[in-house]
Write a protein that binds this ligand. Structure first.
Ligand code: HEC
Length: 150
């Protein structure tokens, strides 16, 4: 029979996972940052599908996606400590460690921009399209200098 303590511990770890949606937050930095970017990619995909007319435009879902991107890019640059330059199939380029301040600035800028947009999502798709194009330039700008081509 499970002890009450074990059950309490299990519940505690479940609530910890809910508080930290990127649940591998305590794992190796290469994996944490890839999980964070994975979620950024998924959130961008949700908006991209609307822009391409594959799904109906939904301002609420756009706000949620931008919120995820804002939260993840706010902490993304924290997961590039010395010693995590290689391994775990990382696509991070050495330039990150050579230009840490620039890299952190690009991540913070995306976080701030996403939060601003989330608070002012256009009501219609036609207005959102140019906003989305402009916003996603920030992905390419960072990937160009700091992520391996794949
Ligand atoms: C501040 C720089 C920066 C910004 C801004 C940025 N990325 Fe990334 N992204 C990276 C780096 C660096 C990696 C490689 C991380 C690794 O492999 O360790 C990456 C990896 C990824 C991955 C692969 C994740 C995986 O599972 O390995 C996806 C998808 C992605 N980015 C999408 C996006 C999208 C979409 C945006 C814009 C909304 C964006 N990124 C903005 C730097 C950035």
């Amino acid at each position: 029979m499970k002890s009450r303590l074990a059950i309490a511990a299990a519940l505690l770890s479940i609530s910890a996972a809910l508080i930290h949606p990127a649940s591998s937050q305590d794992g190796v930095p290469q994996e944490v940052r890839q999980d964070l970017m994975d979620e950024v990619g998924d959130a961008t995909g949700v908006m991209g599908n609307m822009v391409r007319g594959r799904t109906d435009y939904d301002p609420g879902a756009v706000a949620a996606a931008l919120q995820t991107i804002s939260e993840n890019t706010a902490v993304f640059a924290d997961y590039f400590p010395e010693g995590s330059e290689t391994g775990y199939e990382t696509e991070a380029l050495p330039a990150i460690w050579e230009n840490k301040a620039d890299f952190e600035r690009l991540s913070q800028e995306m976080s701030t921009k996403a939060a601003e947009l989330a608070a002012a999502v256009p009501a219609d798709l036609a207005s959102f399209q140019p906003v989305f194009q402009d916003f996603t330039r920030g992905c390419g700008a960072c990937h160009e200098d700091y992520r391996q081509d794949n």
